[in-house]
Design a protein around this ligand. Structure first.
Ligand SMILES: [Cu+2]
Length: 351
């Protein structure tokens, strides 16, 4: 199963040993300690110590310092930012946000620090949420030491596209440190989109953490559901242009340490956005269940009932499912390497 892992790590045993990760003896693709049986998760040192000779890994129940990070993937999951909302004279809804780019060190796996570039101090950035037809204003303040932009997916004028060299005449395009610019555009079309910095070299500016989800709800909404966003990402912690940590919402194995609680039979809607840099293809697989698949979320009719999808970078999808049985159900990239390095979690389905 792990035969393909070593060449991908690439940088050799020294770098390999710096990165906490499960080893074959630790059965990464296994369930986390069940709190109902006196296990649990939480503070460093609590729970089991790695069982392999390496003596490290995510099975120990160690977690990152969410307070120092300033965000927790459990909260990011259901944190939708509707902005400051007001009504224009013509009746149109106006939503306003302020984004500040900041350089910030974050912990992406226990003990693994990463010099991130962030929007508003978190990775992924805020999940913007609005309804089709709204007018959106995003004031971007560049408090970083590098020039950046915000490039939104959607339909809008070129000068609002956040691309260096386009829109400079009105103060847009590339936004230098200390400068600001306000992007203004309509919410169109409905669906699940994303935003990210579009400054070259793009791979650096994206994988450093400048991205987030952007949900445009259809005018009549979608059926009531327990909604959550998963931004699939990864981190190159040793500058070899490949990832050492893979995750949904930044922290490797977070949802293994803290499974996502959902209710049996309740509709669950997952907004899935793949921003993974360096690897061409990511994937999502859920165990013991199937979901309705709405690519890009731009139609209210699903195109497939499946348990696995693949996504290239920038691709996104709305997934809908119900769990008919209580219990613990795994989800992960259906690529063993990614799952072994953090992109794996569990749903805890309760009655
Ligand atoms: Cu940038």
């Amino acid at each position: 199963m792990l035969a393909g892992l070593a060449p991908v790590i690439g940088a050799g045993a020294a770098a390999h040993s710096l990165i906490p990760h499960p080893h074959p003896g630790q059965t990464a693709l296994a369930a986390p300690p069940d709190p109902r049986h006196g296990g649990g998760h939480g503070s460093p040192g609590q729970g089991r110590v790695g069982t392999s000779e390496h003596g490290h890994g995510f099975q120990s129940g160690r977690s990152v310092d969410h307070v120092a990070n300033g965000f927790n993937p459990t909260d990011i999951l259901r944190d939708f930012d509707y902005g400051k909302t007001s009504r224009l004279p013509n009746g149109r809804t106006l939503r306003e946000w302020e984004f500040v780019a900041e350089d910030k060190e974050i912990e992406v796996a226990p003990g693994v620090k990463f010099a991130a570039w962030t929007y508003n101090g978190r990775v992924p950035g805020p999940t913007l949420r609005c309804t089709e037809g709204d007018l959106l204003r995003v004031k971007f303040v560049n408090g970083s030491s590098h020039a950046h932009t915000i490039h939104f997916h959607g339909i809008h004028r070129d000068v609002m596209d956040g691309v260096p060299g386009v829109g400079e005449e009105i103060g847009g395009g590339l936004i230098e440190p200390g400068k600001s610019f306000t992007y203004e555009f309509g919410a169109d079309p409905f669906g699940l989109h994303l935003y990210h910095c579009h400054t070259p070299p793009l791979a650096d500016h994206i994988h450093k953490g400048l991205y987030g989800g952007f949900i445009v709800d259809p005018k009549d909404g979608r059926p009531e559901a327990d909604e959550m966003i998963m931004v699939l990402n990864g981190f190159d912690t040793n500058f070899d242009a490949s990832n050492e940590v893979y995750a949904a919402n930044t922290v490797g194995f977070h949802y293994q340490n803290e499974p996502i609680k959902v209710k049996r039979d309740r509709l669950v809607r997952i907004y899935l956005v793949n921003v993974l840099e360096f690897d061409q293809i990511n994937s999502f697989h859920v165990h013991a269940n199937f979901f309705q698949y709405y690519p890009t979320g731009t139609s209210l009719e699903p195109v497939e009932f499946t348990d696995t999808i693949i996504q290239g970078q920038g691709q996104r999808a709305v997934l809908e499912l119900r769990f008919p049985f209580a219990g613990r159900y795994m989800f992960h990239a259906h690529k063993t390497e990614f799952a072994e390095l953090g992109w794996l979690g569990f749903f805890d389905v309760e009655d």
